[in-house]
Design a protein. Structure first.
Lengths: 315, 444
C-alpha cells in the first residue's frame, strides 16, 4: 500500500466530504477554484465596462439623480470626435507620449549598457539610478514644482549658471513653450530607471559565448552591437515601450501636481480632460463615451503592438 | 432579608441609572461638519466647543484643502454619502444642492426657531441661502461672509523717498488706489524694485487653473468694467453682455496686470500662493479673500501697521463691484442626525455666538454683529470688509455651475496666462460654452 501525501490527505478527508468531492469532475473542481477570481473580475472590471458603454449612449449626469435619463444614441461620440479642444488634448498626449518614450528608451538603454559593464561601485550606482522610480508621483510632482520655481528653484539656477540667463527670467511650468517639456523632463527623470532595468535584464540574458564567437569571426565591437546586442535586447526594449506607453497614456498625477494642465490647456492630457468632464462637470454619459473611445484606442494600439512584439520574439 | 432588600434596591437603582445614561447617550450624537481646510475652519473648531458643552453632542470635522474641496464634497453629496451631517458648502453649490435634494430646506425650521433672514447681511442671504435667487427659499444659514479685497504694504507706501518718486512719475500721491488704472500704476511702480536689498514685485493676483482661481480673479475686475452675466431683461441671453466691449476691456486689463506686475512663476496662483508671496515680502499688493486679513494682521513680518486693506477699486466707468466669497451652513439630506444638525444651526445663529465667531476670526454675516457701532473699528480690516460686502456680485449658482466654471477657467487661463488669442475671442468662446451648457439644461 502506497503512502504518498495525497493518499494521507485522502485518508484524512471525512467520508461525507470525500463522497461529495468524488461526485465532482476534475473540470468542476477546477471551476470551483477559479470561480471566485472570475466573479471578482466580472464585478470590478467587466460589469463596469459594460455599464460604461451603456451610459455612453445616454445623457446621464450623476449629480442629477432626479433628472430623466434619455437614450441619445451616438450623440456623445459625435460631440467628442468633433470637439477641437479634445483633439488638442490628444495632441498634447501624443507629444508627451512620444517624447517621453524616445528619451527614456535612449537614456535608459545607454545607462543599462554602461551599468552592464563591470566596474567598481556598479551596484551602488544601480541603486542610486533606480531611486526616482521608487518615489510617489505626487511627491515627485511637488518637489519638481519647487525645483522649477523661477526665483528659488535649483533647476532654474542650474540653467542660469550654465547659460548665463537670469534664473527668474523664465518659468518652466508657466510658459506655453516650456511647460510641455517640463513634464517630459520630470517623467523621464522618474521612469528612465524602469526602462534601464528592463534593458539590463535583456543585456544580461545574452550569453557571452555569442560575443566570443563573434570575436573569433573578427567582428568589430560596432558590428557586435548592431548584430547581436540590439536584436537580442529588442524584445525587452519593446516590452519597456509597451509598459511606458500604456502608463503615460493615462498619465494624471504627476502632471496635475506640476502644471494642473496649464498654462491654459497646453499640458491638459486626455486623462486630465476626462477627469474634468466626469468629476468636475459631472457629464457622466459624455465622459463614459470619452472613456470608451480612449479604451478602444489604447486596446487597439496595444493589440497591434503586442502582435509585433511576438513576431520580434519569434525571429 | 434587610441585606437582600438593600441589594435589590441597589440593583434596581443601578438598572435605572444605566437606563438613564443609555437614554442620554442615545440622544447625544456625533456630528460631522464638512468645510474647507483654512484658518476660519480652525476658528470654528474652537467656537464649536461651546456647542459641545451646551448640547452634549460631539463635533467631528472634515476639512479638505481648497483645491480639492469642491471635488471631494460634491462627490460626497452626489453619491448620497453620510460622511457630512453639516456642510459649509460654496455659494455656487446652492442651486444644484437644492434642486437635487442634497440639502434640506430650512424655511420651516427658521420659522419655528424665530431665525429671520432679515437679520443677516442681504448679499449673504442671496448669495449663500436662496435658491432660486431672490426668492424666500432658504437652504443654508449664512455662516461666513467673504469677499475679494486687497492687502497692501502700508510701510512701503509711507516711505518718503518712494512717495516722492511716485509723485514725480505719476503726479499724485502714493496712496490706496481708487480705480483699477491707479492700482496698475502702483503695481508697475513696485515691479522689480529693490526694497531693503530684496527685489520685489507689484501684485499677487489669482491665476490658478485647476479649480476656480482665475475666474474669481478675472471676474473681480470684470464686474467693475461692466461685465454682466446675462441680459437683465431676458435671463440666459449672454451675447452682448458676457462679451460686451466693457467686458473685453476688463479682461484685457486683467491680462495686462498679470503680464506687467506679478512675481515670476505666478502662472497657477490662488489663495495660499498669494498669501505666501505677500508674507514673504515679495509683493506690494495682494488680491485675496477677506478671510486672510486676520492672519496677515497677526503676522510677525508683515502684520500690524505694516499692512493696510482696501476694497476693490472702481472700473473706468466708476462702477465698483467685488467677487463674493463665503459660504452658508446647510444640513445634508442624507444625514441620519438631522435633528442634532439643526440644533447646531440654531446655536450658531445666536447673536452672542456670532459675536464670538467674529472675535475668533470668523466673518459673521449677522447684521447685529457687523452693524454694531464698535464693529468698524474693532479690527483694522473691519471697515474694508463692510465696504466690500456692500459691493458684491457672485458667479452663477445654477445647478450646472461646475460646467460653467470649468469653461471660464479654460477660456480665461488660455488668454491671460497662456496668451492664446484675444480677449474678445476668449469671451466669445465663453458665450458659446455657456450657451451650450444652458441649451443642455433646457433654458432656451
Amino acid at each position: 500500500m502506497s503512502d504518498t501525501p495525497i493518499d494521507r490527505v485522502a485518508r484524512a478527508t471525512p467520508p461525507a466530504v470525500a463522497k461529495r468531492i468524488r461526485g465532482l469532475s476534475d473540470r468542476a473542481i477546477a471551476w470551483l477554484f477559479v470561480a471566485p477570481s472570475i466573479i471578482l473580475l466580472l464585478a470590478v472590471n467587466i460589469f463596469p465596462l459594460i455599464w460604461t458603454v451603456r451610459l455612453s449612449f445616454t445623457n446621464f449626469r450623476v449629480n442629477r439623480p432626479n433628472a430623466e435619463v434619455e437614450f441619445i444614441g451616438l450623440q456623445n461620440y459625435r460631440r467628442i470626435l468633433t470637439d477641437g479642444d479634445i483633439w488638442l488634448t490628444m495632441q498634447a498626449t501624443a507629444h508627451f507620449l512620444i517624447w517621453t518614450i524616445v528619451l527614456q528608451v535612449l537614456i535608459g538603454f545607454s545607462l543599462a549598457y554602461l551599468i552592464n559593464k563591470k566596474f567598481r561601485g556598479n551596484d551602488m550606482w544601480t541603486t542610486i539610478i533606480v531611486l526616482p522610480m521608487m518615489l510617489s508621483p505626487a511627491v515627485v510632482g511637488n518637489f519638481w514644482t519647487f525645483l522649477y520655481q523661477p526665483q528659488i528653484g535649483l533647476f532654474n539656477y542650474a540653467v542660469g549658471f550654465l547659460t548665463g540667463a537670469d534664473p527668474s527670467s523664465f518659468s518652466m511650468i508657466g510658459s506655453v513653450n516650456l511647460a510641455p517639456w517640463a513634464i517630459i523632463i520630470v517623467d523621464t527623470w522618474m521612469w528612465t530607471p524602469f526602462v534601464m532595468l528592463i534593458c539590463l535584464a535583456g543585456l544580461r540574458s545574452i550569453p557571452d559565448s555569442i560575443y566570443e564567437a563573434a570575436e573569433c569571426d573578427r567582428a568589430s565591437k560596432w558590428r557586435q552591437f548592431w548584430t547581436i546586442t540590439i536584436p537580442m535586447v529588442l524584445p525587452f526594449l519593446m516590452l519597456a515601450i509597451l509598459f511606458r506607453g500604456i502608463e503615460n497614456f493615462k498619465m494624471f498625477d504627476l502632471v496635475v501636481q506640476l502644471t494642473g494642465g496649464g498654462p491654459g490647456s497646453i499640458t491638459e492630457l486626455t486623462s486630465i480632460n476626462l477627469k474634468r468632464e466626469a468629476f468636475e462637470k459631472w457629464r457622466t454619459g459624455y465622459a463614459s463615451a470619452y472613456a470608451v473611445i480612449l479604451f478602444v484606442t489604447v486596446f487597439g494600439l496595444a493589440s497591434i503592438y503586442v502582435k509585433a512584439l511576438n513576431k520580434v520574439k519569434q525571429r | 432579608m434587610k441585606s437582600r432588600l438593600l441589594n435589590s434596591v441597589v440593583a434596581v437603582g443601578a438598572l435605572v441609572g444605566a437606563g438613564a445614561v443609555g437614554a442620554t447617550s442615545a440622544q447625544a450624537d456625533e456630528l460631522t461638519l464638512c468645510w474647507a481646510a483654512w484658518d476660519p475652519a480652525n476658528a470654528l473648531v474652537e467656537l464649536s466647543k461651546d456647542f459641545e458643552a451646551k448640547s452634549g453632542h460631539k463635533m467631528k470635522f472634515e476639512f479638505v484643502p481648497w483645491p480639492n474641496f469642491a471635488d471631494r464634497m460634491l462627490n460626497e453629496l452626489n453619491s448620497g454619502g453620510k460622511l457630512c451631517d453639516l456642510m459649509i458648502g460654496d455659494s455656487q453649490w446652492i442651486g444644484g444642492a437644492a434642486e437635487n435634494g442634497q440639502y434640506i430646506k430650512l424655511n420651516d425650521f427658521f420659522d419655528k426657531e424665530g431665525i429671520k433672514m432679515s437679520d443677516f447681511i442681504p448679499a449673504t442671504v442671496t448669495g449663500y441661502s436662496e435658491w432660486p435667487k431672490n426668492t424666500p427659499n432658504y437652504w443654508a444659514l449664512p455662516a461666513f461672509g467673504d469677499v475679494v479685497g486687497w492687502t497692501y504694504r502700508k510701510d512701503w507706501f509711507s516711505r518718503p523717498e518712494l512717495q516722492a518718486e511716485f509723485k514725480t512719475k505719476y503726479g499724485r500721491d502714493l496712496a490706496v488706489p481708487k480705480t483699477f488704472a491707479e492700482l496698475k500704476d502702483i503695481a508697475e511702480f513696485f515691479q522689480g524694485r529693490d526694497i531693503d536689498g530684496t527685489k520685489v514685485y507689484g501684485a499677487a493676483i489669482y491665476s490658478e487653473r485647476g479649480s476656480e482661481g482665475i475666474t474669481m480673479g478675472a471676474m473681480d475686475v470684470l464686474y467693475s468694467y461692466g461685465f454682466q452675466y446675462d441680459n437683465p431683461a431676458k435671463p440666459y441671453e449672454l451675447e452682448g453682455f458676457v462679451n460686451s466691449a466693457d467686458s473685453v476691456a476688463g479682461l484685457e486689463f486683467y491680462k495686462a496686470l498679470y503680464d506687467c506686475c506679478t512675481p515670476p512663476g505666478s502662472s497657477d496662483a490662488y489663495m495660499s500662493e498669494n498669501i505666501d508671496a505677500y508674507k514673504s515680502g515679495q509683493v506690494a499688493l495682494q488680491m485675496n479673500f477677506a478671510f486672510i486679513w486676520p492672519g496677515i494682521h497677526a503676522d510677525a513680518k508683515v502684520g500690524g501697521d505694516k499692512s493696510g486693506y482696501f476694497p476693490n477699486p472702481a472700473g473706468p466707468g466708476g462702477k465698483q463691484f467685488a467677487q463674493l466669497g463665503g459660504q452658508g451652513i446647510s444640513v445634508v439630506s442624507a444625514s441620519e442626525k438631522q435633528a442634532a444638525a439643526l440644533e447646531y444651526i440654531k446655536w450658531f445663529a445666536q447673536p452672542d455666538i456670532q459675536a464670538k465667531w467674529w472675535s475668533l476670526g470668523g466673518y459673521s454675516a449677522l447684521r447685529a454683529v457687523v452693524e454694531d457701532p464698535g464693529f468698524a473699528t474693532s479690527q483694522p480690516y473691519a471697515q474694508t470688509f463692510l465696504d466690500s460686502m456692500a459691493i458684491v456680485k457672485d458667479f452663477w449658482a445654477e445647478p450646472s455651475y461646475a460646467s460653467l466654471l470649468q469653461a471660464s477657467q479654460k477660456r480665461f487661463h488660455d488668454y491671460v496666462v497662456a496668451g492664446q488669442g484675444t480677449a474678445k475671442e476668449a469671451l466669445d468662446g465663453l458665450v458659446k460654452d455657456w450657451t451650450d451648457v444652458f441649451e443642455d439644461e433646457g433654458k432656451y
